[in-house]
Design a protein around this ligand. Structure first.
Ligand code: NAD
Length: 367
């Protein structure tokens, strides 16, 4: 049996130590506080929603208590499988009534990309905290609307950036922040996989908002920012399409893009739906380097630096993510790498610039 403290130590995280002053940290160790649990409903019972539900079985601070789905048979199956009471089950027509349900604190929106904005705003208006999958929205304008709606409703808006809580990622980021690699001047991010079924929503512009960039390229954008620890000031990008039937107008197959940073650092990245074996981050500095491969898959993540391998036990990413998001909402914990709406917006501003750079061939300034 693993105790909660063991769990956090293995995850390389110490919720109590990071978030609270010493005396509070002591009182926080009381059972009463440990019992404070974030009660979550999942909206969108698809492939990733199922993965999150399974991962939450191991959570101590977050519990799956409700569902929102348009498919009655899925609701029935989830009621049985996860012990969800009928009063916590909703569909897309009546989920606004969740505002009258005191037994649900937060809704995790795991629907196709174009639905993130309307669903998140609907949840916020119902007075519940919003956890939204990546990409947070289709573009920066939508992202800003979501942030405003959550602010107006007084609820948290968080993006499902599971890597922000992954132990080896955090170790590399801490080393970078501590200057162990010297001045970091280059990041390479390779994000891609070979996509299958041509009829899936990921290849439908209306639902996906684009192609590989919206789905997998965002990992390299986000990774460049947290690995280098600064925000880009310009973007250039080029698109390549080998299959215009599968990847229709507005659905990008492969995009290479570059970002420049205030320190003089540059990032060189690839996003594709046409090749496997692309899940790699490389960070180089004047004194050392870090290499992660796989870098953002479901793990185990592999990481090494010029000093040798980074060791940390693999814990299901979504389990750690939901534990930490519970701590953010319930304890006011501040994560090392943010997961809030502003963080999601920063990635969307870059996505917009990448698409503009592809369209115009120009170098797009972000300042
Ligand atoms: P999926 O197709 O397996 O599931 C999507 C769900 O949304 C389905 O249950 C579907 O019924 C429901 N849905 C509701 N309205 C719909 C509509 N109008 N059209 C189509 N489906 C509708 O997809 P998924 O892989 O679970 O992806 C869902 C979201 O999760 C996406 O935004 C994706 O980017 C994100 N995701 C994140 C990660 C991660 O590691 N963070 C991994 C996979 C997916």
């Amino acid at each position: 049996m693993t105790s909660r403290r063991d769990f956090l130590q293995k995850a390389g995280l110490s919720t109590l130590a990071v978030s609270l002053p010493f005396t509070d940290a002591l009182s926080a160790m009381s059972l009463e506080r440990e019992d404070k649990v974030l009660r979550v409903a999942i909206m969108g019972l698809g492939s990733y929603g199922t993965r999150v539900a399974e991962a939450m079985k191991d959570c101590k601070r977050a519990k799956l208590v409700g569902v929102i789905s348009g498919t009655p048979s899925k609701i029935e199956a989830w009621k049985q499988k996860y012990g969800i009471p009928a009063k916590n089950c909703y569909n897309y027509e009546n989920y606004h009534q969740i505002k009258d349900n005191p037994d649900i604190d937060a809704v995790y929106v795991i629907t196709p990309n174009s639905l993130h904005k309307p669903h998140s705003i609907g949840v916020a208006k119902a007075g519940k905290h919003v956890i939204c999958e990546k990409p947070m929205a289709l573009n920066a304008e939508e992202g800003r609307e979501m942030i405003a709606a959550c602010k107006a409703a007084g609820v948290h808006l968080m993006v499902g950036y599971r890597m922000h809580f992954e132990a080896k990622t955090l170790e590399v980021v801490k080393k970078q922040r501590a200057g162990e690699f010297g001045k970091t001047l280059f990041f390479q991010g390779l994000s891609g996989f070979m996509i299958g079924d041509p009829t899936q929503w990921r290849l439908n512009r209306e639902l996906a908002g684009g192609g590989s960039m919206m789905d997998i390229g965002v990992y390299s954008i986000n990774g460049a920012r947290y690995m280098l620890g600064e925000e880009p000031i310009w973007v250039t990008a080029q698109e390549v399409k080998t299959d215009p039937v599968k990847f229709k107008q507005g659905v990008d197959e492969t995009i290479t893009f570059q970002m420049g940073f205030p320190s003089g650092a540059v990032a060189s990245c690839l996003s594709t739906y046409s090749m496997n074996n692309l899940d790699k981050f490389f960070l180089n500095g004047t004194k050392g380097f870090a290499e992660m491969q796989p870098s953002t898959g479901y793990g185990p993540i592999q990481a090494r630096t010029n000093q040798g391998p980074i060791e940390a036990q693999h814990i299901t990413h979504q389990t750690t993510q939901m534990e930490e998001m519970a701590a953010i909402i319930l304890d006011g914990k501040k994560p090392l790498i943010p997961v809030d709406g502003e963080e999601g917006l920063k990635d969307l501003v870059i996505v917009d610039a990448i698409y503009e750079a592809v369209r115009t061939g120009a170098r797009i300034s972000l300042i």
